[in-house]
Design a protein around this ligand. Structure first.
Ligand SMILES: [Zn+2]
Length: 280
């Protein structure tokens, strides 16, 4: 049996490169939510995040992450999604970022402190943005609650808060939420689409691969938070490298020019003590 599996795997590995020539293309999977419901859910969830986490109101930092984010959001795949992306910094020492359905993205100060260049930050943000574009959160919720969701999403009597309605099905923002903790398939897609968004923005996609490699080799417990929300789909760095090779040749020299200043500003921010459970 083991031998048979190895043989099949060897064949797949031999055939795969000749079948897959161009860059990968992805489309959102099965989903019971409308796009508008993705946006509503994300906005309600973002309001909850702002109540529970410490949003950093520094105008320079907000502007900095928005500049990087808008550059990624201005690429064809991101624009085609039609989602209104927003970018905020939260004072949290774990090396992480997360994006809610429909567009709101939160970037931890721990991540800003951990990146060695702007392309690494763009890599994590491009990866998060890809989860939004591919609607992975509501896709996973749809698969988990395919029986009850149609009634609940179609119901007008409940009205009001979508987060409240979903809460009755056990769907929320807590630890291991289906909205924020992704499958390996979703991870693989977000890695590859993220590499496209980076390349189209002028950032070298290899920086994403290098950052993930760094996290898994020396991230420590703070870095493992990102990897626990975004599990390694397997051969992560190599898959990103191979995808980057399939993209049209470009100059990857883009930078806002504000990276060093960002590092100085974020270096002065002291995060609150770690919470027992992020997101509440
Ligand atoms: Zn991910």
């Amino acid at each position: 049996m083991v031998k048979f599996k190895r043989t099949v795997l060897a064949c797949v590995l031999l055939i795969a490169p000749s079948l897959a020539q161009g860059p990968a293309t992805f489309h959102p999977g099965f989903n019971l939510f409308s796009r508008q419901q993705d946006i509503q859910l994300g906005q309600e969830s973002a309001a909850q995040v702002r109540r529970q986490m410490q949003v950093v109101r520094d105008p320079f930092l907000s502007d900095y992450v928005s500049r990087v984010g808008r550059r990624l959001a201005n690429t064809p795949e991101a624009r085609a999604s039609g989602f209104p992306f927003t970018f905020e910094v939260v004072a949290d020492r774990s090396i992480n970022a997360f994006a809610l359905p429909g567009g709101p993205m939160f970037i931890n100060t721990g991540l800003l402190k951990a990146v060695d260049n702007e392309a690494e930050l763009a890599g994590v943000m491009g990866h998060e943005m890809s989860h939004v574009i591919l609607r992975h959160g509501t896709n996973q919720a749809s698969k988990a609650q395919a029986i009850q969701l149609p009634l609940m999403l179609g119901s007008r009597i409940a009205g009001g808060s979508m987060l409240g309605r979903l809460g009755q099905l056990g769907i929320g923002l807590g630890a291991n939420s289906v909205l924020l903790k992704f499958s390996r398939t979703a991870e693989s897609q977000a890695d590859l689409m993220g590499s496209h968004l980076m390349a189209e923005s002028g950032y070298n996609p290899m920086a994403m691969a290098r950052f993930f490699e760094k996290l898994s080799s020396q991230g420590g417990s703070r870095g493992l938070q990102f990897l626990s929300d975004h599990p390694n789909p397997g051969n992560r760095e190599r898959a990103i490298e191979e995808e980057a090779d399939k993209l049209p040749r470009r100059n990857y020299g883009y930078e806002t020019g504000e990276f060093e200043r960002m590092k100085r500003v974020v270096g002065g921010i002291h995060e609150p003590p770690p919470r027992t459970q992020a997101g509440g």
